[in-house]
Design a protein around this ligand. Structure first.
Ligand code: NAD
Ligand code: TYD
Length: 342
């Protein structure tokens, strides 16, 4: 492994992973390949922009020619695929790009990996592929995939394609399925950065339904370390869950966030729920633990650290929230929030 193509590397987790890899492996070259959708942001990569081992290519993973040119030009031996449309609420409004990138785009990358005989293809997946998990159970990697949103279905489809390329062509693949990540550079449509930035501005926090849905909030840096470990020591053809093994209700997450930022509970608004909302995700993480990994942060520490990062980095999120985001926010929350006022 020497020249690594990181697709979706200008997004939230991808950019954290790029920074981690450049820092940890002085012998690796990192080539970010990213379409720069609304969620892609070169500000995330400012700290490495002068690094001679970092290169950026603007491109779509659905475009086989540009993918092939990039692999040839940079002598790529490994692909780590973060590229995806990632917000469940947007997938409910407009699923098309989710299917294009998550299904066709994954196929284009797998086919390129096969044709160029790459050393490794690694797919970044999610706990959402398992669907809603009843109380008392935690998903293991061999469980049936049971996605319930267009986003989750696009990710599950990607996983199935990766598996098919392993079985049919012997492509050296691995998959990681992460739980909800939080930390620096997360686009403020996801719940923790949305609520942190709204709270800082004294705006309402639109909590879906009763707010008792459960998620496994994990610190993005922990997730990046686990991906790195699977890339270097994971077994080919296998998937690995990455989380904390501890889930938390959204109402608890909001309390911790507000307390950290010193803002009032009065900002919380219970709004109409998301259609098909998965109530609980929960991962069994024994398999990644067996590789020698442990999360360094509890969910509470991750939430507090993330809240502080948003408090201290207005330069990063203010310009996002004043752009395209406003229209999205009105479409997504306008009616729901106004309904709580009457
Ligand atoms: P993000 O939305 O912040 O970033 C996605 C990146 O992919 C952006 O830079 C975007 O420009 C790029 N992209 C989108 N479509 C593309 C295309 N067709 N070609 C090239 N680039 C494209 O997402 P994120 O939260 O960093 O998630 C990264 C990956 O991790 C995704 O695959 C996601 O499914 C997975 N994941 C995310 C979480 C989470 O909590 N955020 C949890 C588990 C797994
Ligand atoms: P989100 O960050 O969108 O991640 P995902 O749906 O992929 O898990 O949402 C996390 C949880 O927060 C989920 O249970 C939905 C809830 N949520 C709200 O209550 N209000 C919001 O405005 C958003 C975006 C999410």
């Amino acid at each position: 492994m020497k020249n690594i193509l990181i697709t979706g590397g200008a997004g939230f987790i991808g950019s954290n992973f790029v920074i981690h890899m450049l820092d940890k492996y002085p012998e690796y070259n990192i080539i970010v390949y990213d379409k720069l959708t609304y969620a892609g942001n070169l500000d995330n990569l400012l700290s490495v922009s002068d690094n001679p081992r970092y290169h950026f290519v603007k491109g779509d993973i659905c475009d086989p020619l540009t993918v092939a040119e990039t692999i040839t030009r940079y002598n790529i031996d490994t692909i780590v695929n973060f590229a995806a449309e990632t917000h469940v609420d947007r997938s409910i409004m407009q699923p098309d790009a989710f299917i294009q990138t998550g299904v066709y785009g994954t196929y284009v990358l797998l086919e390129a990996a096969r044709q160029f005989g790459l050393e490794r293809y690694h797919q970044i997946s999610t706990d959402e592929v398992y669907g809603h998990i009843p109380a008392g159970y935690s998903s293991v990697e061999t469980d049936k995939l049971d996605p319930r949103s267009p986003y989750a279905a696009s990710k599950a489809s990607g996983d199935l394609l990766v598996n098919a390329y392993f079985i049919t062509y012997g492509l050296p693949v691995t998959i990681t399925r992460g739980s909800n990540n939080i930390g620096p550079f997360q686009y403020p449509e996801k719940v923790v950065p949305l609520f942190a930035t709204n709270a800082l501005d004294g705006l309402p926090l639109p909590l879906y339904g009763d707010g008792r849905q459960m998620r496994e909030y994990q610190y993005v840096g922990d997730h990046c370390e686990a991906i790195d470990l699977v890339l270097h020591t994971g077994k080919l053809g296998e998937a690995y869950n990455i989380g904390t093994g501890v889930e938390m209700e959204n109402v608890t997450m909001v309390e911790i966030l507000l307390e950290t930022l010193g803002r009032s509970h009065d900002l919380i608004r219970h709004v109409a729920d998301r259609p098909g909302h998965d109530r609980r995700y929960s991962l069994n993480i024994d398999k990644i633990r067996a590789l020698g990994w442990e999360p360094r942060h509890t969910a509470e520490e991750a939430i507090r650290q993330t809240a502080v990062w948003y408090r201290d980095n207005e330069w990063w999120w203010r310009k996002i929230k004043s752009g395209e985001f406003r229209q999205y926010y009105e479409t997504q929350y306008g009616e729901r929030l106004r309904a709580t006022e009457s």
